[in-house]
Design a protein around this ligand. Structure first.
Ligand SMILES: Nc1ncnc2c1ncn2[C@@H]1O[C@H](COP(=O)(O)OP(=O)(O)OP(=O)(O)O)[C@@H](O)[C@H]1O
Ligand SMILES: [Mg+2]
Length: 254
């Protein structure tokens, strides 16, 4: 069966400030099925964001390719591609001068929707992420907590009802208590939405909670992809085992 998203030998090389080659992602072959949730995890600099951004073409691979819906993504119109892939970036990246309703309605407005249809969609989305529209619609991002901002970011990414969602550390900037409650809420929401989701996280528990499958990257290479059970009971090598045991801090650079 065709995968929703498939990396086929996807590689990204950069030149650093000394013009030395950095291999950000090295020959990544990995896929996620329709309606499935893949969590990408790894140490800082392991290539998670680069892998994610090769999907929506914010990054073009140096070698290999990424297929979306079975089609090489460089053969797709980039606007249509991005419309099919909601993108949640870290910290929500909301427009500070727009209120919550305008932030959530941003993409529908760019699509030329009628104002009444936008208002209805915004209400629906704010209810979906548990921000009562009458309380929150007219606030500005500065008047929100970190968790509320993340919810707005998720609502905005869902505005055009894309079949797939890319999420880069969506709960990264939150305190542990808020993080866990938002994670659990999002786990239920993501199951009911039935969308294909690729989620980047530093947190192994979050990866296991939200991913049907987890892929661990290290130094740009895929160490292992599998279920929580695979990682806990069948680690591919000593590095994976150490990572799962917590001996390699997700935020430490080895
Ligand atoms: N535009 C760029 N130019 C040069 N090097 C880059 C660029 N973007 C990323 N890199 C390098 O590629 C590697 C992978 O970066 P990437 O952002 O994908 O890591 P990450 O796993 O998302 O890390 P983090 O958890 O810190 O966000 C790093 O060594 C990074 O310095
Ligand atoms: Mg990153």
């Amino acid at each position: 069966m065709t995968a929703a998203i498939a990396w086929e030998g996807a590689t990204k090389r950069y030149l650093d400030a000394q013009r030395r080659e950095v291999v950000a992602v090295d020959d990544l072959t990995l896929s996620v099925g329709y309606g499935r949730r893949l969590a990408l995890i790894g140490t800082s600099g392991s290539g998670k964001t680069t892998s994610l951004e090769m999907v929506n073409r914010l990054v073009e691979p140096s070698a290999g390719r990424v297929l979306v819906g079975g089609v090489p993504n460089d053969a797709l119109d980039v606007i249509a591609l991005r419309r099919s892939l909601g993108y949640v970036v870290q910290s929500g990246a909301l427009m500070p001068h727009l209120d919550v309703a305008a932030n959530v309605g941003l993409l529908p407005r760019l699509e030329g929707w009628e104002p009444a249809r936008i208002r209805k969609r915004v209400r629906e989305l704010l209810e979906l992420v548990h921000l009562p529209p009458d309380d929150y619609g007219h606030r500005h991002p500065a008047e929100l907590s970190g968790g509320e901002r993340q919810r707005v970011g998720v609502a905005r990414a869902l505005a055009l009802d894309p079949p797939m969602l890319l999420m880069d550390e969506p709960f990264g900037a939150l305190d542990p208590v808020t993080r866990i409650s938002l994670r659990d809420e999002f786990r239920d929401l993501s199951r009911s939405l039935g969308k294909t989701i690729v989620l980047v996280t530093h947190d192994l528990e979050e990866a296991f909670a939200l991913g049907d499958e987890v892929a661990l990257l290290h130094d740009g290479r895929l160490c292992q992809a599998g279920s929580e059970d695979d990682f806990r009971h069948r680690p591919a090598d000593d590095f994976v085992e150490a990572f799962v045991q917590g001996f390699v801090g997700a935020r430490t650079v080895p």
